[in-house]
Design a protein around this ligand. Structure first.
Ligand SMILES: Nc1ncnc2c1ncn2[C@@H]1O[C@H](COP(=O)(O)OP(=O)(O)OP(=O)(O)O)[C@@H](O)[C@H]1O
Ligand SMILES: [Mg+2]
Length: 219
């Protein structure tokens, strides 16, 4: 499904240049549950953002389902994201002025999908927060907010779900529950890639990718 060939990402601010990724080669198959681990500043988020079409590589090839994503312009990249990718972030990134229900409904509205009520209910049930549908994000716990973000990703019904430290703001027990949610989504057929600092979480994935100083390393 995913193939990266010699992906390089440089951040150049005119004065100095940071080599965030220095030649990453990677293959990920459909239906895999993958974790990315590595020290702070090693390039994890940079890699995830390129996979998600949030950012473009400086050089190298990114193939997704046989399409050369690295050749896409801004507009094609936007369409690629909308069709294929859902993000889950450490800080949940919910819209605080909308209810849990409305947050989960949002990707359905963006895609002009009908019968939204049924879909939202099913997604909320999948992550176990049906009873919180009418609450606002500020009225529920961090773990519940992350469940809401996962339900939103489910509603978007994309093949690929990318998570950048999704348990970083949660206590250990809640983090375990959130990982259970991701494992459930993976069982539903989603391809899931999770950045984590927590090796216990990484071990629950089928595959662990180690990155150091912008290069993938063997464990
Ligand atoms: N927008 C940017 N402009 C300039 N440099 C950047 C930018 N984003 C990231 N970097 C640099 O690129 C390198 C990789 O950053 P990245 O955010 O991918 O690391 P990370 O592995 O996700 O770290 P962390 O675990 O702290 O989140 C770092 O040296 C960082 O300072
Ligand atoms: Mg990061």
């Amino acid at each position: 499904m995913i193939e990266l060939k010699n992906i390089v990402k440089d951040y150049d601010n005119g004065k100095c240049c940071t080599h965030a990724l220095r030649g990453v080669n990677l293959k990920i198959e459909k239906g895999e549950l993958v974790s990315i681990v590595g020290p702070s500043g090693s390039g994890k988020s940079t890699l995830l953002n390129i996979l998600g079409g949030m950012d473009s590589a400086t050089s190298g090839e990114y193939m997704y389902n046989g399409e050369l994503v690295s050749s896409y312009d801004f507009i094609k990249l936007h369409c690629f994201r909308k069709e294929n990718i859902s993000f889950v972030f450490q800080n949940f990134a919910l819209m605080n002025q909308y209810t849990v229900y409305e947050n989960v409904e949002m990707p359905l509205l963006a895609r002009r999908i009908k019968k939204r009520k049924e879909i939202v209910r099913r997604c909320l049930e999948n992550v176990g927060i049906m009873e919180l549908a009418n609450k606002y994000p500020t009225q529920i716990s961090g773990g519940q907010q992350q469940r809401c973000a996962i339900a939103r990703a489910l509603a978007a019904n994309t093949q690929l779900i990318l998570a950048d430290e999704p348990t970083g703001a949660l206590d250990k027990a809640t983090a375990e529950e959130i990982i259970d949610c991701f494992i459930e989504m993976n069982k539903m057929g989603k391809t899931v890639i999770i950045i984590t600092h927590d090796l216990n979480i990484a071990k629950r994935c089928n595959k662990i990718i180690h990155i150091e100083d912008g290069i993938l390393v063997e464990e």
